[in-house]
Design a protein around this ligand. Structure first.
Ligand code: NAD
Ligand code: K
Ligand code: MN
Length: 346
């Protein structure tokens, strides 16, 4: 590859403020990666209000036909039903078959707060997100609403495999000479997040399918422990994955720190876990770190491990120094000031 074509979809709110920071971090890598070429692409709530479509066909076409990878900012979705609108990020994950959302949550060694170093592997295509909802009028004039939750063995199997592969990789990374110290000391471990004591059919299927990935593996995952609690790699259906990652974000201080990558078998789209943050949008104070780390995650998923490490080491150094931080972490710096500090270290 001589160039790296990256589709850039800032979408709404702070996505527009933090995605440029990710672009600059990638540009700062110089020759560590093929020459990046950024292709601006449109999606989001504002686009829906302008042109009636939250995800233009052209955006999907360019991503599929021209891009090697992508970065997504954040979308603002209305909390009430709006005719014709559906979330472009949910649709994009489907169009590009990005069936996993990988969300590492880690604290920086040497900083205050609990020691955290885990990754959540969120199934990205089904569960309650199939959006099959119904509402019925009851005889007494009250209403009952239903949502169908879909769990398939196919989707559970591929997300399970993704989690075990990731656990193997993390184990190898931690064991490598010169690897940075992490809080997780044991062998790699996959934890299945479920509630099959209550939802024995759907969560039961998820749990049994993921367990079978390890059990039918011909020994490939013998070195990876599996349990259903305390985790290194947590594999979860769509909704639980979303919820526990927001909780885990609180452990490291802010949603503004947590990156993700939407992963398929051949395409990766980096995306900060947070949304459009309407309470701080437009003020220039959004934390760019989630977005910058998402760029690193997109690159490491593509195999550019050194480039990703350079970005993450620069972020760690700025956090550890504590001179520049945005208000979500108790600081007074702007998005640009934090970005500049990180770029200098890259
Ligand atoms: P949110 O993530 O936008 O904000 C939650 C809290 O975290 C807010 O207090 C916000 O200020 C803070 N925060 C988020 N990102 C930050 C950053 N980079 N730096 C500093 N602080 C940050 O979640 P929400 O308020 O529940 O939702 C707002 C909108 O975002 C909604 O329209 C929702 O649909 C949308 N959303 C989109 C995505 C996505 O793009 N994938 C994900 C979640 C929510
Ligand atoms: K987002
Ligand atoms: Mn979320």
């Amino acid at each position: 590859r001589s160039t790296l074509k990256i589709g850039m979809i800032p979408a709404d709110g702070v996505g527009r403020e933090v995605l440029p920071a990710a672009q600059r971090a990638i540009e700062a890598l110089g020759s560590a990666i093929p020459k990046p070429e950024f292709i601006p692409l449109i999606a989001g709530w504002e686009e829906f209000n302008k042109n009636g479509k939250a995800l233009p066909d052209e955006t999907v076409r360019v991503l599929k036909e021209e891009c090697d990878a992508a970065m997504f900012g954040s979308v603002q979705s209305p909390s009430h039903k709006v005719a014709g609108y559906s979330s472009p990020i949910v649709a994009l994950r489907k169009h590009l078959d990005l069936y996993a959302n990988i969300r590492p949550v880690a604290s920086v060694p040497g900083t205050a707060g609990p020691d955290v170093n885990l990754v959540i592997v969120r199934e990205n295509t089904e569960c309650l997100y199939i959006k099959k909802e119904e509402i019925h009028d009851n005889a007494d004039g009250s209403k009952t609403a239903f949502a169908t939750r879909q769990i398939t063995s196919k989707a559970s199997e591929r997300i399970g495999r993704m989690a075990f592969e990731l656990a193997l990789r993390r184990g190898a990374e931690r064991a490598a000479p010169g690897a940075p110290a992490t809080f997780w000391k044991g062998p790699p471990k996959v934890t299945i997040v479920h509630k099959s004591n209550v939802l024995s059919v759907t969560d039961g299927l998820f749990r049994e399918t993921v367990r079978a990935v390890k059990e039918n593996d011909g020994g490939r995952y013998d070195g990876v422990e599996m349990n259903e609690q305390l985790f290194d790699v947590a594999v979860a259906p769509n909704l639980y994955g979303d919820i526990i990652s927001d909780g885990a974000a609180a452990l490291v201080g802010s949603l503004g720190l947590v990156p993700s990558v939407n992963a398929g078998d051949n395409f990766f789209m980096g995306e900060p876990v947070h949304g459009s943050a309407p309470d701080i949008a437009g003020k220039g104070i959004a934390n760019p770190i989630a977005s910058i780390r998402s760029a690193a995650l997109m690159l490491s998923s593509m195999g550019y491990l050194e480039a990703a490490t350079r970005i993450n080491a620069a972020v760690d150094a700025v956090i550890l120094e504590g001179k520049y931080s945005t208000p979500d972490l108790g600081g007074k710096s702007t998005t640009d000031e934090v970005t500049e500090a990180i770029l200098k270290k890259i």
